[in-house]
Design a protein around this ligand. Structure first.
Ligand SMILES: NC(=O)c1ccc[n+]([C@@H]2O[C@H](COP(=O)([O-])OP(=O)(O)OC[C@H]3O[C@@H](n4cnc5c(N)ncnc54)[C@H](OP(=O)(O)O)[C@@H]3O)[C@@H](O)[C@H]2O)c1
Length: 314
C-alpha cells in the first residue's frame, strides 16, 4: 500500500509513504482507517491482499475479511477524508469460462469462481459503492484496476518457478509438464506500475480499468518462451490444468481487455516485449539453479516440484 501526501498532481508530489505491517494489518481494518485519518493522504494505492489462492479457498472467511472487509473500511475512510483511492484487483472476478476468444472488458458481468475472486470482488463492490455516487471535478475518485498474471522482482514469480523446475527436470532427465489450457495476460509489474502512474495522472472518472500487457498466452506458451529465450532446453509435456487437484479453481480464460485505458491513451506493450526486459534475471536464476544442482543441493528459491510450477499467486 502506498499513500501520497498532499501536493498533487503527481509531478509535484511532496511525499510518498509505504504502509505495511504492523502499522497496516488487513486482519485489523481499524489500522487502515487510523492511517488514513492520521496521515490524510491525497491518494492511496491499495495493493495489499491475501493472495494465496489455495489458502483463501480453505479459509474463505479470512479471505473475505482481509480482502473484502479491510478494503471496505479503507474505502470508507478515504471517502470521508476526500482521498482518491486506487484498489488493485484481479481477473479472477471472472470465472474464465468464456469460449468466444474475446477478452473480458470492464463492463462484462463478473462471476468469481473461487473464494479469492469473491473476496477481491467484495473489495471492488465497496469501492464502487463509496465512490460511484461522487460527481464533479472536485470529488474524490475511486479506481479499481484489474490486472493479471503479474511477474517481476523480488518475488518467486511464475517464470522463476518454471526456470527452477526446468533446471531440475533437465538434470533428472525428465519432462517438464506445463499447463496448456489456462490462458491469460502475462503482465510485468514494472509496466503495470508505470501505467498506474499514468492513470492517476489522467485522473479519470471513478470506475473500473483493466491494465495488463497486450496479447495473451497459455501458461505453457509463456513458460516455453522464457525457456527458449534464456537457452534452457528441456523436454516439455503439455497437460490440462485439471492434471493437478488444487483447493482453488483457476479461471481457464483470464484475458483482460484494456479498452478504457486505451481511451485515456494508456497503452501497455505486448507481453513478449515486456518479458524481454526481465530475461537477465531469469538467466541468472537458471545459472544459480544449475550451480545448486551440480553441487547436489536444492534449487534456490524453489523447494517445489514441477507439479506446482503452475501455481503462481494472483
Ligand atoms: N500476482 C498476480 O498475478 C496478481 C494478479 C492480479 C491482481 N493481483 C493483485 O495485486 C496485488 C499485489 O499482488 P502480489 O502478487 O504482489 O501479492 P503478494 O506478493 O502476495 O503481496 C501482497 C502484499 O500484501 C501484504 N499482506 C498480506 N497479508 C497482509 C495482512 N494480513 N496485513 C497486511 N498486509 C498484508 C503482504 O505483506 P507481507 O510482505 O508483510 O506479507 C504483501 O506486501 C494484490 O492486491 C493482488 O490481489 C495480483
Amino acid at each position: 500500500m502506498a499513500a501520497f501526501a498532499r501536493g498533487a498532481p503527481l509531478d509535484r508530489v511532496v511525499s510518498v509513504e509505504a504502509w505495511s505491517r504492523p502499522a497496516l494489518d488487513l486482519d485489523r481494518p481499524a489500522t487502515l482507517v487510523a492511517l488514513v485519518h492520521r496521515r490524510r493522504p491525497d491518494l492511496v494505492i491499495h495493493t495489499a491482499a491475501w493472495t494465496d489462492v489455495d489458502a483463501c479457498a480453505r479459509e474463505p472467511e479470512a479471505a473475505l475479511r482481509r480482502n473484502g472487509e479491510a478494503t471496505a473500511a479503507l474505502a470508507r475512510a478515504c471517502g470521508e477524508n476526500g482521498t482518491d483511492l486506487l484498489y488493485l484487483s484481479t481477473n479472477e472476478v471472472f470465472d474464465g469460462r468464456r469460449t468466444d476468444g474475446r477478452p473480458y472488458e470492464e463492463d462484462d458481468s463478473v462471476a468469481p469462481a473461487n473464494p479469492y475472486g469473491r473476496s477481491k470482488r467484495a473489495g471492488e463492490e465497496a469501492v464502487l459503492a463509496i465512490y460511484g455516487q461522487a460527481r464533479g471535478d472536485d470529488a474524490a475518485r475511486g479506481w479499481i484496476v484489474r490486472t493479471a498474471w503479474l511477474y517481476g522482482p523480488p518475488g518467486t514469480d511464475f517464470p522463476a518457478k518454471i526456470v527452477a523446475a526446468a533446471a531440475r527436470a533437465a538434470t533428472e532427465g525428465t519432462a517438464l509438464r506445463l499447463v496448456a489450457d489456462e490462458v491469460g495476460s502475462p503482465t510485468r509489474a514494472a509496466d503495470l506500475a508505470a501505467a498506474i502512474v499514468d492513470l492517476v495522472r489522467a485522473r479519470p472518472a471513478s470506475g473500473i480499468y483493466h491494465l495488463v500487457n497486450a496479447g495473451h498466452a497459455s501458461r505453457a506458451a509463456w513458460a516455453e518462451t522464457v525457456l527458449r529465450e534464456i537457452g534452457l532446453r528441456v523436454p516439455v509435456e503439455r497437460v490440462p490444468a485439471a492434471t493437478w487437484q488444487r483447493a482453488s479453481t483457476a479461471p481457464l480464460w483470464g484475458v483482460l481487455g484494456t479498452r478504457r485505458a486505451a481511451e485515456l491513451g494508456i497503452l501497455l506493450r505486448d507481453w513478449r516485449a515486456a518479458l524481454f526486459d526481465e530475461l537477465p534475471r531469469y538467466r541468472e536464476l537458471a545459472a544459480e539453479a544449475q550451480r545448486g544442482l551440480e553441487a547436489g543441493g536444492a534449487v534456490a528459491g524453489s523447494g517445489r516440484s514441477a507439479e506446482h510450477a503452475n501455481g503462481a499467486p494472483r
